[in-house]
Write a protein that binds this ligand. Structure first.
Ligand code: GAL
Length: 639
């Protein structure tokens, strides 16, 4: 047995024993431990091997795999296999498949082929999770559990099935109690959309033109709650059998369900970080940026999700899957610059991750992901990332434990706003994630460490600066928290623009007490069109016309108020480009005595308790504060 130090920070790997001959398992386990890995996740797609026929279980292979891995000193995470129901499940539940917005069935033959609203399938999940809990809940080698795999992956939150329709009608009846109340809340007098009974209400797809935004928003809320309920079935069962942490692995730039709500039922949040895949697949940046960072990933994308999922996990979070080399699923799949796997791992630890697991141990020679790298090649020889993982494991042993610490600046992230603005963007380029991410990037350029808050956080704490761009509705609780908060708050654009039923507030947005300012009208701006600002930079995508008695701190070049404020409450009347954001945020930081830097795009810093980390996302060496940092380099020192 190979001894590894049991520190909070640890490395791990995702492993699929069912993909490999048993003769390899023990060798694999020993090499994992020798590399310095402490965790190994198994099982999350293995339903057809655990229960080959309905009610017939084959535990022998899984017992042996867990035993083999455990005896090598590894701690096992069992993933429940509910993201991949086997083919026979469809014979039991022919109507369990998801249905897309065009009404097409999402068929068997890949994964995530289930509808969250299907109660029969939920029951099957309860059954398999119960069996797993009974068998492995007290197994000494099993030290954590993962529910399902990547809720929402492949656009699976919204399903327009018969089950969803039934569930949605019930949900509406509970929420509104009477059709009259629903008609009023949705404004159904418009276009004669009034309903006489809940059973007349359909799902909001396949309408002639736009459905009522309130109808769609409620369907998104309902769908998000099905994810929460689906997950809770599993956590309620697992808790009867184990006191080990329960985890889910979320994704990057995925907003279709409320992660804070799912996270409330779990002990640790984790996410799957594929920096190069995400740059190709999910970044709004242009060609130059993508070329420049094609082997490193966007310098802010990983950090944003680290900070987001730290909050989703109430402080405890992991990277469950870390990209180790080229992936197979993005439009282009380059290899990471040598050193980046190490950098990504350290960046996660700098943001407070407890564990980083690489995906996957050995590249599979068959099926959908045969072109996806692992720590080993398909012939079991080391792939480049294996050495980088081993290096991090050695370095972990040297680095003193660091606490993640609390940042001076916080940014509110709200899933409902993402839904609201996707339903009613008002301009093609208005995207909530993109807006919040622009603010995040600007803060990182200023060298700041950032915490992310949920809009339900009743206490804004002792942050110096809290930013709330695009926060669609201000709940009574948040208004109270804002009133009690002693630091600076920057709201806008589009903050407080709707009440919860997606209507314009009677007193007009932003409806923030103490701020005498109303949005008279808004305009969305086509690409290339902008509203320039007198102080430099411009509003892009979005600008608002304010009626206000407040003193403007920034004006458009045409002399209209662009940023207004009263003491420590500010409202921003547009979506600033990076030049304008940089200036405005720097001024607010100065006012609050928060020190800032001016970092180039490829240098990022993160304070982690007493230690300060510096990351070079560039392909060239840089000299930073007197230290030479190589390409893909990580530097840390005591603050
Ligand atoms: C993740 C998923 C894994 C694997 C990986 C490939 O989204 O959880 O199962 O498919 O992507 O990059």
């Amino acid at each position: 047995m190979v001894e590894t130090p049991d520190k909070i920070r640890a490395l791990g790997v995702c492993y699929y024993p069912e993909h490999w001959p048993r003769a390899l398992w023990a060798k694999d386990a020993v090499l994992m431990a020798q590399t310095g890995l402490q965790w190994v996740r198994i099982g999350e797609f293995a339903w057809s091997r655990i229960e080959p026929k309905p009610g017939e279980f084959d535990w022998a292979w899984m017992d042996e795999a867990i035993q083999t891995l455990g005896c090598a000193g590894l701690k096992v995470i069992i993933g429940t296999p509910t993201a991949t129901p086997p083919r026979w499940m469809l014979d039991k539940h022919p109507d369990m498949l998801g249905v897309d917005a065009s009404g097409n069935l999402r068929k068997f033959g890949s994964r995530r082929h289930y509808c969250f609203s299907h109660l029969g399938y939920r029951h099957e999940c309860a059954r398999i999770v119960q069996k797993l809990g009974e068998r492995y809940g007290k197994n000494p080698h099993v030290a954590a559990w993962q529910t399902d795999n990547e809720y929402g992956c492949h656009d699976t939150v919204l399903s327009y099935s018969r089950s969803a329709l039934r569930g949605f009608r019930d949900w509406l009846a509970q929420r509104y109690q009477s059709p009259e109340a629903l008609n009023k809340a949705w404004g159904n007098v418009f276009w004669s959309m009034e309903y006489g009974e809940f059973d007349e209400i359909d799902l909001p797809n396949l309408t002639v033109t736009q459905p009522n935004p309130a109808h769609v928003l409620d369907f998104m809320r309902y769908s998000s709650e099905q994810v929460v309920a689906f997950n809770r079935v599993q956590t309620d069962i697992l808790r009867q059998f184990t006191d080990k942490p329960l985890i889910h692995n979320y994704m990057g730039r995925t907003v279709e369900f409320d992660h804070f709500a799912v996270g409330a039922d779990l002990d640790i949040a984790s996410w799957d970080s594929y920096p190069l895949g995400f740059l190709e697949d999910r970044s709004d940046e242009g060609e130059n940026w993508k070329q420049r960072f094609m082997r490193q990933g966007d310098p802010d994308f990983q950090a944003f999700h680290h900070d987001l999922y730290r909050r989703v996990g109430s402080g405890r979070w992991w990277v469950m899957e870390q990209q180790p080399g080229p992936v197979n699923w993005a439009p282009f799949n380059p290899a990471p610059l040598l050193g980046m796997v190490r950098l990504w791992t350290w960046e996660a630890f700098a943001h407070g991750a407890e564990t980083v697991c690489y995906f996957r141990w050995r590249q599979a020679p068959y099926a959908q992901e045969q072109m996806h790298a692992g720590l080993l090649r398909p012939d079991s020889e080391p792939a480049p990332a294996l050495g980088e993982a081993a290096q991090v494991a050695r370095e972990l042993a040297e680095l003193p434990e660091t606490a993640c610490g609390r940042a001076d600046v916080a940014l509110v992230f709200d899933y409902q706003s993402a839904w609201g603005w996707s339903i009613q963007p008002q301009g093609k380029s208005f995207d909530y994630f993109a807006l919040v991410f622009d603010f995040y990037r600007a803060l990182r350029r200023l060298g700041l460490s950032i915490d992310i808050l949920s809009p339900d956080d009743a206490n804004l704490g002792d942050y110096k600066l809290v930013l709330m761009p695009g926060l669609m509705s201000l709940s009574a609780g948040l208004k109270k928290a804002m009133a009690a908060f002693g630091g600076t708050i920057l709201s806008g654009p589009r903050t407080g623009a709707k009440v919860g039923t997606m209507q314009i507030p009677p007193a007009l947005p932003p409806d923030i007490s103490g701020l005498d300012c109303r949005v008279e009208y808004v305009e969305s701006l086509r690409p290339g069109a902008e509203v320039s600002l007198a102080g430099g930079g411009a509003f892009i995508h979005w600008a608002e016309k304010l009626e206000t008695s407040l003193k403007p701190l920034e004006l458009t070049s045409g002399g209209a108020p662009a940023l207004v404020g009263d003491g420590d409450r500010f409202y921003l009347a547009g979506w600033p480009d990076q030049i304008a954001l940089n200036r405005m945020l720097k001024n607010l930081c100065n006012q609050e005595n928060v020190a800032t830097l001016d970092l180039p795009d490829h240098i990022r810093v993160r304070n982690s308790g007493p230690v300060r980390f510096v990351f070079n996302y560039g392909a060239e060496p840089v000299s930073f504060e007197g230290t030479e940092i190589p390409p893909a380099g990580v530097h840390w020192h005591r603050r």
